[in-house]
Ligand binder design. Structure first.
Ligand SMILES: [Zn+2]
Length: 435
């Protein structure tokens, strides 16, 4: 006992250290951002080239953008979703300061048969909070075994690098849903594609329509107060978008097009530079592109963009389904389609998407949501239509991949119909982004 005795002087030193430690742990989240990053964005533009099996990065330019719409707390992405990740380390490479998972159109293309016999190059861009000191930036890619491999690494020194400042052009910007500070809210920026100057009022009305739709859906209806919505009123020369199979070509600000990868309804834009330039007019976490067309189509790529048409009879479904990909990295729960993907998932590992499983590591997925008497796999029988189960067929594959519910907005055209597992994933994403 004698050895355990602490003198009064030592005791006060210990109390002092404990208080210091406590104060540090309370403040570290915020001070992490404030001591390491400025309240603006560093953007790295690059070309991503490859064929079915290979990919390489060619650096193009550093850019400085005036706003940072992302978080200032929770700078490390966890759980890490998406096929790619950007990581920012201190100069020694030891301390991870920021990370974010994302997807790209390039990797979607790699999963098509066209990639078997050809090479393509895509313009890409990543954004990170602007570092105050020299940092190491690393881009890595997840393989089909879910292991990450470094694709590209470079250092950035804010004092010595040549920087292009993207001057937000003079397009009017409006905050049409104002819930508060961008650093503690999820900022959605809506970009108009194929709206002429005379159609800007229609664009504003379309955003209003989709804003009301989004927050009428469960579980988004519980979280409206955690979102901001910005619009950038940037007109196109012509109305509509390209529909190559019909010989329709339009001069539009973001150069979007149907028939991407020869899939009729696959609406994308390859002009990611213009997308980032326009989005930089506002603080943002997520980019929406509303295309002024009534044709059925869209796409959503995780932390990349969500694009959909404004005037189709199921546009509301398109918005919410594609945003499921773009914001939450949800997988498609359908398995018979004209989507030209082949061998999309490796059945010997558990994919990262929260709403599908290979049953390899089901405990990480929605096993905790199953009633004890629900059979695994679950027969696709009306008895189980309103039950969380394990239904075979999802992720473009009829066999070996399972979805949680008979039907869901991630499976088929349906309104306000996310299954319980997708709803949980959406809640986790919102709560994880706005702590
Ligand atoms: Zn679902």
């Amino acid at each position: 006992m004698e050895n355990m005795r602490i003198s009064g002087k030592e005791k006060s030193l210990w109390i002092f250290l404990i208080i210091l430690l406590f104060l540090y742990s309370c403040s570290s989240d915020h001070s992490d951002h404030e001591t390491r990053f400025e309240n603006k964005t560093l953007r790295m533009d690059y070309l991503h080239t490859g064929d079915k099996e290979t990919s390489s990065i060619r650096f193009l330019a550093w850019k400085e953008e005036p706003f940072w719409g992302g978080p200032r707390k929770n700078l490390i992405d966890d759980p890490l979703k998406g096929e790619f990740v950007v990581e920012v380390f201190d100069n020694s490479g030891d301390k991870l300061m920021y990370s974010k998972g994302f997807g790209t159109l390039f990797s979607e293309w790699q999963s098509t048969d066209e990639a078997l016999n050809s090479t393509e190059t895509f313009y890409e861009s990543i954004v990170i909070p602007f570092p105050k000191q020299q940092v190491l930036i690393r881009l890595s890619r997840r393989d089909k075994k879910q292991q990450f491999h470094v694709l590209f690494e470079t250092s950035f020194d804010p004092l010595s690098m040549a920087l292009e400042k993207t001057q937000p052009n003079n397009y009017p910007v409006q905050k049409v849903l104002d819930s508060g500070d961008p650093s503690t809210h999820i900022d959605l920026v809506f970009l108009p594609e194929g709206y002429t100057q005379d159609e800007m009022e229609k664009f504003r009305q379309d955003v209003e329509k989709f804003k009301n739709a989004m927050f009428s859906w469960s579980p988004y209806d519980e979280y409206k107060h955690r979102f901001n919505i910005w619009i950038v009123e940037a007109p196109s020369q012509e109305s509509g978008t390209d529909i190559p199979q019909d010989g329709i070509w339009k001069n539009t600000i973001l150069n979007s097009s149907f028939n991407t990868f020869n899939i009729e309804r696959y609406l994308t834009t390859l002009d990611y530079k213009s997308v980032r330039d326009l989005a930089s007019c506002a603080p943002y976490d997520q980019i929406f592109i509303i295309v002024n067309s009534d044709k059925y189509g869209g796409s959503g790529i995780y932390n990349f963009y969500t694009i959909f048409t404004a005037d189709n009879e199921v546009s509301e479904f398109l918005l919410m389904h594609e945003f499921g990909h773009g914001f939450v990295a949800l997988a498609d729960e359908y398995y018979s389609s004209d989507v030209a993907y082949s061998d999309f998932f490796d059945l010997t590992v558990e994919p990262y998407q929260e709403n599908i499983t290979t049953l390899i590591d089901f405990g990480k997925k929605w096993q905790d949501m199953l009633a004890p008497d629900t059979p695994v796999p679950t027969p696709d029988d009306p008895v189980y239509y309103d039950t969380v189960g394990v239904f075979e067929g999802a992720g473009y594959q009829a066999k070996g991949i399972y979805r949680p519910y008979h039907n869901c907005t991630m499976k088929s055209r349906s309104i306000n119909n996310f299954c319980p597992v997708c709803k949980r994933a959406i809640r986790r994403t919102i709560e994880g982004s706005t702590d």
